[in-house]
Design a protein around this ligand. Structure first.
Ligand SMILES: NC(=O)C1=CN([C@@H]2O[C@H](COP(=O)(O)OP(=O)(O)OC[C@H]3O[C@@H](n4cnc5c(N)ncnc54)[C@H](OP(=O)(O)O)[C@@H]3O)[C@@H](O)[C@H]2O)C=CC1
Ligand SMILES: O=C[C@H](O)[C@@H](O)[C@@H](O)[C@H](O)C(=O)O
Length: 327
């Protein structure tokens, strides 16, 4: 452990909180039998110029899990950070790397995975996710965000997300990914996928926090053995959930920062969580996970009943993705 961090934890940890770093080392078991670390570093909107240092820092202070995506446009730099971490002794087999298939590659998952692996400088990833269940035109006017003349996203209506999944299943035999999963799947989309699937997704990565509990998809995934990874746990850009009074109350009770509560909440639920930061002190801070009791969890889960539902990430695909708050 980084001595500076150990010192920080010792000084800041009230006696009632048992070893928050050990809590951050929690792992969950996927339906493949592999372990996924509870806490990972997010990399969306982590600028080139910053993300290499962020990845290096994270791995040096104890992160074992990095969340990436082709569409983030920074996998090259994430790869540089990984390479430096490997040089300083981190072992590939000790860390868990997720990346994601972008929408314009739905009919060509292996091609997109190969591009990500090349940029990341890896021979395999631990988890490959379908980023959104929405195929976009692979031959449109932009390789990532093709648009129609009216400005709307150019979707590939000749291809279905279930076909994409069947193509993704084939990746398991290549050894280029250890597991496959989905992201941004609602119950109706997941039902459709499962009806066509031979392999049950290992994970569903969804937006999840006290303003968006998504209990219906969380329960559905649990019933099917699909692990939940919570994205935008702090409310995404600018971490707006730090200002939420209900979160602050629980933070005050435990004498920790609101971020610790927002992250510990998912670990208490048995979910992984992937906060993004490029700020060294925050990267370290986000490894602090405490044990929340059931009354804390209940009070965090009830916040949206009074404050309403807020979904921070909902790209304008122009498609009904089946989430109840968007009907
Ligand atoms: N599958 C999908 O479609 C999606 C996946 N994701 C994944 O989830 C990750 C996390 O979600 P994201 O939307 O980035 O948002 P987060 O909820 O992780 O919030 C990130 C923001 O919070 C700030 N922040 C981080 N830690 C702290 C802290 N301790 N105190 C104060 N502020 C803090 C960051 O600032 P700074 O960096 O400047 O420190 C940044 O502005 C993404 O990076 C990505 O990997 C996210 C969205 C969609
Ligand atoms: O992972 C992060 C998000 O899903 C992000 O990739 C999308 O919101 C993308 O910017 C889009 O506009 O479709």
């Amino acid at each position: 452990m980084n001595p500076a961090l150990a010192n920080f934890i010792l000084k800041k940890t009230p006696a009632s909180i048992k070893n928050p770093l050990a809590m951050a080392e929690t792992q969950f078991t996927l339906n493949t039998g592999a372990k996924i670390p509870a806490v990972g570093l997010g990399t969306w909107q982590s600028d080139p110029g910053q993300v290499k240092a962020a990845v290096k820092r994270a791995l040096s202070v104890g992160y074992k899990h990095i969340d990436c995506a082709y569409v983030y446009g920074n996998e090259n730099e994430v790869g540089e950070g990984l390479a430096e971490a490997f040089k300083s002794g981190v072992k590939r087999e000790d860390i868990f790397i997720t990346t994601k298939l972008w929408c314009t590659y739905h009919s060509r998952p292996e091609e997109n995975l190969d591009e990500s692996l090349k940029m990341l400088g890896l021979g395999y990833v631990d988890l490959y996710l379908m980023h959104w269940p929405v195929p976009m035109n692979p031959k449109g006017n932009d390789p990532k965000f093709p648009k129609l003349p009216d400005g709307s996203r150019d979707l590939d209506k000749s291809w279905s997300h279930t076909q994409t999944w069947i193509e993704m299943e084939k990746l398991l035999k290549t050894g280029k990914t250890k597991a496959i999963g989905v992201a941004n799947y609602s119950v109706p989309f997941l039902e459709e996928l499962l009806a066509a699937a031979t392999v049950t997704p290992a994970a569903n990565q969804i937006e999840n926090h006290p303003y968006l509990p998504q209990q219906e998809i969380v329960d559905f995934c649990k019933s099917k053995g699909i692990h939940i990874t919570a994205y935008s746990p702090l409310g995404s850009t600018g971490s707006p959930l730090f200002q939420e009074e209900g979160v602050q109350e629980v933070a005050k009770k435990h004498n920790v920062a609101p971020g610790t509560v927002l992250l510990s909440y998912h670990v208490a639920l048995g979910h992984s969580v992937i906060p993004k930061s490029v700020t060294p002190s925050r990267i370290e801070e986000n490894l602090r996970i405490i044990e929340l009791d059931s009354s804390d969890v209940k009070s965090l889960q009830s916040i949206s009943k009074t404050k309403g539902i807020t979904r921070f990430v909902y790209p304008a695909f122009g498609v009904n993705l089946g989430f109840p708050d968007k009907q």
